[in-house]
Design a protein around this ligand. Structure first.
Ligand code: BES
Ligand code: MN
Ligand code: ZN
Length: 499
């Protein structure tokens, strides 16, 4: 794990050094073990609280350096408000806030995980631990020099003082550490530059999931030609790097049960092709594979926690370049399911990649449902901003479940319309359809094209162009990419699809 801190679990022991973090409920209320640990400081905390008007409200804190009576270098008191009101997502956030109070140069810190008014289950503590790990992540592997006074992140050792360390550690390693790793894997893939993470390199990273018991199949260009995936291949034909499709299978459920399927857009770099993008901000297009990264991170999480579900993850990985061999506007390609698409704009490439992968997964694996994730359109950023992903679907029940999972993880989705009325926007003079639908409803016409490749299978398309890149900074993410979607889909699976 890049830059993750080391975690340990212990009982409430007296500290010798490092940083102590404790939680405080409104009304300056502490749990019993915390009160005992703070006894040697006398009325220090009360006086500091009074001086700072700290009462324990959620989002506030007290930071006391070299507290007299304690051998620690720093005492952090975190306000949590009313502890019985905290839901899983608040606990994740609390972990992030706690981690944010621990300087990166610190060698060790102990968090007293205890409230005064309600007790914490091992799973609750694991949520807090998840928050610390997500917050601690930074992508700095290409920084060879640091500014003066800046130290390399130490990999702080964090000890969680809890009432039941054995059960807590179990909850962490079995249920939550796999999710943390999945999110961090997705972040790493997305943050990685495109000279390092080209299609085959991405495929090889995905193949590492074999170690966890995931079956990984890689389709190379000849294999895809044989299958007739010409829409996907057309996008990649201008690149010096060969395209790939990777299919990952985790079968932890009943043998006879149809799998659920996740499909990701994996454009390792999107120049726009011949319909080239403007220079400003083009570097962000190294992240045009965020959908695929999410699918890989999710498959990691499911396999690492041995989820009792049959799941297929499939990613179409291509590089969209401008080149003598690149696809042209006006070109017509035939997809794997025999439909023809006229290329109007070579920058509308994601839907071409997904069209073939959706059809492939649907016909080969006969899934119960398919969910695709793609940084598909700039239009979805205009419509929804960066807090909600656009959701397009032919299935109300799946939408409802995703909406709930989104609220629970704060990776939220907002449903957008689809419908035959939009079809005329993608009618083509020369082919069955064209790959752009004009300025109006750009995210909808993109989804409308995808719908033609899913047949009657329940399907959701998530347009994550706004949520996956240049992610809003918050308590559990300080990285350019948040790894959006891994926690959302893991939650969906855990809530509904594990036997
Ligand atoms: N990868 C882009 C969409 C995108 C934009 C993702 C900004 C993340 C941030 C996609 O391939 C694209 O270029 N879409 C075009 C479609 C248009 C040509 C119909 C767009 O949105 O402008
Ligand atoms: Mn594009
Ligand atoms: Zn793109």
């Amino acid at each position: 794990m890049a830059n993750a801190s080391k975690l340990a679990f212990s009982t409430f022991a007296t500290l010798e050094k490092g940083i102590l973090v404790v939680f405080c409920e409104e009304g300056l209320k502490f749990g019993p073990a915390t009160r005992k640990a703070l006894t040697p400081t006398g009325d220090l905390v009360q006086r500091a609280a009074q001086a700072d008007r700290f009462t324990g409200k959620s989002g506030t804190s007290l930071d006391i350096v070299a507290p007299s009576g304690l051998p620690v270098v720093r005492l952090v008191v975190l306000g949590v408000g009313k502890a019985d009101k905290l839901e899983a997502q608040d606990l994740v956030k609390l972990g992030g806030v706690a981690m944010g109070k621990i300087p990166t140069r610190a060698e060790e810190a102990t968090i007293f995980v205890e409230f005064s008014s309600s007790s914490l289950k091992p799973e609750d503590v694991a949520e807090i631990a998840l928050g610390t790990q997500l917050r601690a992540y930074t992508f700095d592997r290409y920084k060879t020099k640091r500014r003066e006074g800046e130290e390399a992140p130490a990999g702080t050792e964090i000890t969680f003082a809890v009432s039941n360390p054995t059960a807590t550690e179990k909850a962490w390693t079995r249920e939550r550490e796999p999710v943390a790793q999945g999110v961090i894997m997705a972040r790493d893939l997305i943050n990685e530059p495109a000279n390092v993470l080209f299609p085959d390199a991405f495929a090889r990273r995905a193949a590492l999931l074999k170690k966890l018991g995931v079956a990984v199949e890689v389709l190379d260009v000849p294999a895809m030609k044989k299958l007739g995936m010409n829409a996907l291949l057309g996008v990649g034909q201008g690149s010096r790097k060969d395209s790939r499709v990777v299919i990952m299978r985790w079968y932890g459920g009943k043998k006879s049960e149809a799998p659920i399927a996740f499909i990701g857009k994996g454009v390792t770099f999107d120049t726009g092709g011949v319909s080239i993008k403007p220079a400003a901000g083009m570097e962000d297009m190294k992240g045009d594979m965020a959908g695929a990264a999410c699918v890989v991170g999710l498959m990691h999480a499911l396999a690492a926690r041995k989820a009792k579900v049959n799941a297929v993850g499939a990613i179409g990985i291509v590089e969209n370049m401008a080149d003598g061999n690149a696809q042209r506007p006006g070109d017509i390609v035939k997809t794997m399911n025999g439909q023809t698409i006229e290329i109007i704009n070579t920058d509308a490439e994601g839907r071409l990649v997904l069209a073939d992968v959706l059809h492939y997964v649907n016909t080969r694996h006969k899934p119960k449902f398919m969910i695709d994730l793609a940084t598909l359109t700039g239009a979805i950023i205009v419509a929804l901003g960066q807090e909600y992903a656009g959701m397009f679907s032919n299935d109300d029940k799946l939408c409802e479940r995703l909406t709930k999972a989104g609220m629970a993880t704060m990776e939220r989705v907002w449903r957008m319309p689809l419908g035959p009325e939009y079809d005329k926007q993608i009618d083509s003079k020369f082919a069955d359809m064209k790959n752009t639908g004009g300025r109006f409803g750009g995210s909808i016409t993109a989804a409308q094209l995808l719908a033609r490749f899913v047949d009657k299978t329940p399907w959701v398309h998530l347009d994550i162009a706004g949520t996956a890149l240049g992610s809003p900074q918050n308590d559990i993410n300080k990285s350019w990419s948040s790894g959006w979607g891994v926690r959302l889909l893991n939650q969906l699976v855990a809530d509904h699809y594990e036997r």
